[in-house]
Design a protein around this ligand. Sequence first.
Ligand code: F6R
Length: 302
Amino acid sequence: MQPAFRTIRRFYFILSLAMIVIAPTSQAVQSPFDTLIEKIMMEYPALQGNIQSDIINGQTVFFADTKEAGSLLVSEFIVKTLQDNYQKGQSSVLGLATGSTPLIVYKNLVTAFQNGALSTQNLTTFNLDEYLGLAANHPASYAFFMYQNLFQYLDISDERIHIPSAPPKKTDESIAEYQQLLGQTQRDIQLLGLGKNGHIAFNEPGSPATSRTRLVKLDESTRIANSRYFESPEQVPEHAITMGIADILESKINIIMAWGEGKAEAVKRAITGPISSDCPASFLQQHNKTIWFIDQKAGKML
Ligand code: F6R
């Protein structure tokens, strides 16, 4: 990159950061969120040339040159939020997603834990969703994914890990129990990925804003997209249990990530499109602390 261009870019980065600091979603006062992001940016000079920010349609959007840079900002945000709570003697509640999108974030959280930068003793987690009919030891189940990529490395007991499940003949009870536990706590941060069809969690197009944890039928497009984790497309379950849109909107902060060109259209619809069940992620426009972390490719239609 030309030095002059780099300088201009840095100027715009600082300017846009200042805009977030000054006017995050129309608030005049700097919020703890802005202070934290600013602090992380200052701590990691490598992020400064690689991340730009903007406010689009009232939502804060961070554009990262790479998913590694975007994931670093997200994981540092999580680590600092959790550590802050820990130092104050408070507990933390994290909402977690699965799929390819949060993988680098989880890797970074494991590293932070192993380096002593993150304590998980006071942490409780709630996962977004799970396939119906897959046992926790099935390699494509989300319970297995979470154990493989995160939980096995952390100091967190099973009682503090919550993943929706639906044991045969006990589906309703299990969903009710999950919903009750979720309602008793407030998540500090909910992590989200974005489906190409605009879904968040397994809230497929058509999901209402008032939806709660429930059994859903998966879109064919979702089954096809996720068939990469199964031996054949027919093995992808037809149903799943998912947190609802209303549940997601109850988190204090929603962090939604999207990497790659394949997500560009969904990102555009979610951020700038009408708020509608046709694109469930558009309901995040109603949440005053939704933060988007996307790479340039996913943001190319904005
Ligand atoms: C997974 C989940 C889904 C994924 C979405 C994107 O828990 O809630 O909404 O976030 O399907 O999947 P990836 O990250 O594999 O592109």
